[in-house]
Design a protein around this ligand. Sequence first.
Ligand code: AMP
Ligand code: GLY
Length: 423
Amino acid sequence: MNILILGSGGREHTLAYKLNQSKQLGQLFIAPGNAGTESLGTNLNLSLSDFDQIKEAVLQHNINMVIVGPEDPLVNGIHDFFLSDIKLKNVAVIGPQKLAAQLEGSKEFAKEFMLRHNIPTAQYQSFTVETLSDGFAFLEKLNPPYVLKADGLAAGKGVVILNDLQEAKAELNAMLSDKKFGAASSKVVIEEFLDGIEMSCFVLTDGKNYLNLPNAKDYKRIGEGDKGLNTGGMGAISPVPFADNEFLTKVQERIVKPTMDGLQKDNISFVGFVFIGLIKVNNEPFVIEYNVRLGDPETEVILPRIKSDLVELFKATADKKLDTFNLEIDERTATTVMLVAGGYPEAYEKGDVITGLDKVTDSLVFHAGTTTKHNQIVTNGGRVLAVTSFGNNFKEALKTSYKNIDKIKFENKNFRSDIGFDL
Ligand code: AMP
Ligand code: GLY
């Protein structure tokens, strides 16, 4: 089985690492990949928005399966593109079609889905530029903080939470009238603020059956104590210590099952990962968001905990046989800590030489923003490396990650030394 992974982050390096452990893997390709994936397969310099270019590569390399890492190609319909092409329709795609991808691609679509299927989530209303004044009136009725969400994809920046009513009104105006996030904010969802602790659940579905993958908690803010700007994610822990059996049963009954049943009832075909961002409020779970892919850096802790053969798992997904798949999970805790370039998530340098990777012991290092230049590994993005370790609990695992982080050097290296601080 020849497999192509689309993407270039730590998530995709982790997928490549796990797929490489399978005897069933033929050739592995990663597009565009990074310095880490280079040693596990062949990096292809493809644009993820150019489906014709991807098609050519798939045919040229006899690729049998495509695993889509990020959301954009899914929301743009890459799976539909494969299904509608006579030469590609037998190539398996792990990742949902365009309609299902709207669960991530449109906040309003996701909200309406949850409402229709009685899935607990924050109260909301959505507004366009034509209903701006209704939006102001709605904000006046809410208590602060105010949660404003651009309806469409905005590279993780489309959610703004403000304490001040006037600032919230100005933000709504900026999103709708000034198109702050372009077309993504031509519609804005305003919702009730939920106060609690967040975690994520991951489900893999073949469109008929589904399996629960390990859960995880990520740390999104750049600063210690969850302060400062949002990032793609600065670290993660799996499993989530506060998610006890009682809580996870509620998550299954009130959220996972109704979500999977809802897809069936609505006739929305979904093959791939459902990533459910949850918040626990007074011991009750609510959905914050759906994503239609794996999380990053959550992947760097959940995939290493999967003991089953990943090629077999994806084959079972493509063949709609997940009901007979025996998923084995490592009971230990995995943690990952992201090393980022100084300045990230604002402006940062690229091209700084990374050293010390050969000195790492007892941790897995997954590359994110890295590339090879003159036979050296250099930084090539804001999030640079994820250092993953196992332990009997998260503190033990983190100790190993931090021990190894000390050995890895690059100019202006930054990381959070307080992952798990709130647990
Ligand atoms: P989203 O992109 O929808 O996941 O939102 C980004 C982040 O904003 C989430 O991870 C939460 O931390 C926060 N957030 C979103 N919606 C709410 C809400 N209704 N109440 C509290 N926090 C929220
Ligand atoms: N770490 C959150 C995400 O991948 O969206």
